[in-house]
Design a protein around this ligand. Structure first.
Ligand code: AMP
Ligand code: TRP
Length: 333
């Protein structure tokens, strides 16, 4: 039976839209750092995205853009396995098996389905309902031991553990390791530049509310300069009363790898304008090179496709024997 000899990280991101600063600081940057310590497998989960993105050109474009954004952010396709979910059959093969060992009641409890389906529950695609089972298959097909995700994915990860245990109980003891969630720090929760109480998000109608990894240096600087501020003297961290100042401090600290308190102390008596000027410089310094690399990569889509194709072949080689063994365990072989 194939097994993993050391810790193996698996995580996924949906190619539903471009990457904004919140995704970068909240998720991607941690993926990049983990490459130094773990064997990492990172997946662009287009099959999950199909629950919402139902246009072929958009799907292809988003998948390439996400590939370019991840590589430009520092995911090294030579060290880590970076690939596209739909190109590796193991995910859907295992998903069906897992669907058959997952009680309906477990999936019914998922709060994300309730949120996403909303009042349109009867019209929601079945794929949206079984989304977390496919997510379990993603992880288990590699016998991943650790899964870095944001707080919002905690419930799905617990379900993955339960599903793994359910399979093991029925078919083969210790077949799947129970994956450990690595919940990423709240520290990098990035809020909108227009409203410090709302999460920075690609779905916000105002583009001024977010910094996209596709923004060039001038755009980044001008968004920071125009970010909402308040009229209190000096800069301080006080999310209750000063959500905008606090958010900008969070961004400053995260991008410079400093403690928030340390940055706050430095700008304690600075004007908003001069703080923003420094933050704009910092954002440009850290993000413009990523933007430039991303543009370079996107200018050559064949290269991105080749990199993702190679990653997908490597992912297939890892997952296929594990899923073959799962097929054998259930009696398909
Ligand atoms: P989404 O684009 O919402 O599917 O999120 C993809 C990943 O980025 C998830 O791990 C989120 O937790 C993270 N993320 C998205 N927006 C933010 C934000 N404003 N602050 C921090 N993390 C975020
Ligand atoms: N559901 C995750 C999200 O929206 C994306 C995802 C799919 C994932 N498969 C995964 C994350 C496997 C971790 C492991 O963020």
């Amino acid at each position: 039976m194939p097994s993993t000899s050391r810790n193996r990280i698996f995580s996924g991101i949906q190619p539903t839209h471009g990457i904004q600063l919140g995704n970068y600081l909240g998720a991607i940057r941690n993926w990049v750092k983990q490459q130094d310590q773990f064997e990492c497998i990172y997946c662009i989960v287009d099959q999950h995205a199909l629950t919402t993105v139902q246009n072929a050109d958009e799907m292809r474009r988003n998948t390439r853009e996400m590939g370019a954004a991840l590589i430009a952010s520092g995911i090294d396709p030579a060290r880590s396995v970076l690939f596209v979910q739909s190109r590796v059959e193991a995910h859907s093969r295992l998903a069906w098996v897992l669907n058959c060992v997952t009680p309906l009641g477990w999936v019914n409890r998922m709060t994300q389905f309730k949120e996403k389906a909303g009042k349109q529950r009867e019209n929601a695609p079945v794929g949206l309902f079984v989304y977390p089972v496919l997510q379990a298959a993603d992880i288990l097909a590699y016998r991943a031991t650790h899964v870095p995700v944001g707080e919002d994915q905690k419930q799905h990860l617990e379900l993955s553990r339960d599903i793994a245990a359910s399979f093991n109980r029925r078919f083969a003891e210790d077949f799947f390791p129970l994956p450990e969630p690595m919940i990423q720090a709240e520290a990098a929760r990035v809020m909108s530049l227009r409203d410090g109480t709302k999460k920075m998000s690609k779905s916000d109608p105002s583009d001024m509310s977010r910094i996209n990894l596709t923004d060039d240096a001038d755009t980044i600087a001008s968004k920071i300069r125009k970010a909402k501020s308040d009229s209190i003297l000096g800069i301080s961290y006080d999310p209750e009363n000063r959500p905008e100042a606090s958010n900008l401090l969070t961004i400053f600290a995260a991008l410079s790898d400093r403690e928030r308190a340390d940055v706050a102390a430095e700008y304690e008596s600075a004007s908003f304008a001069s703080f923003k000027e420094h933050l704009a410089e910092l954002c440009v310094e850290k993000l413009a090179p990523i933007n430039a690399e991303m543009r370079g990569l996107l200018a050559n889509p064949d290269h991105i496709d080749a990199v993702l194709g190679d990653g997908s072949a490597r992912a297939d080689a890892l997952a296929r024997p594990i899923v073959d063994a799962a097929y054998e365990a259930v009696g398909f072989r």
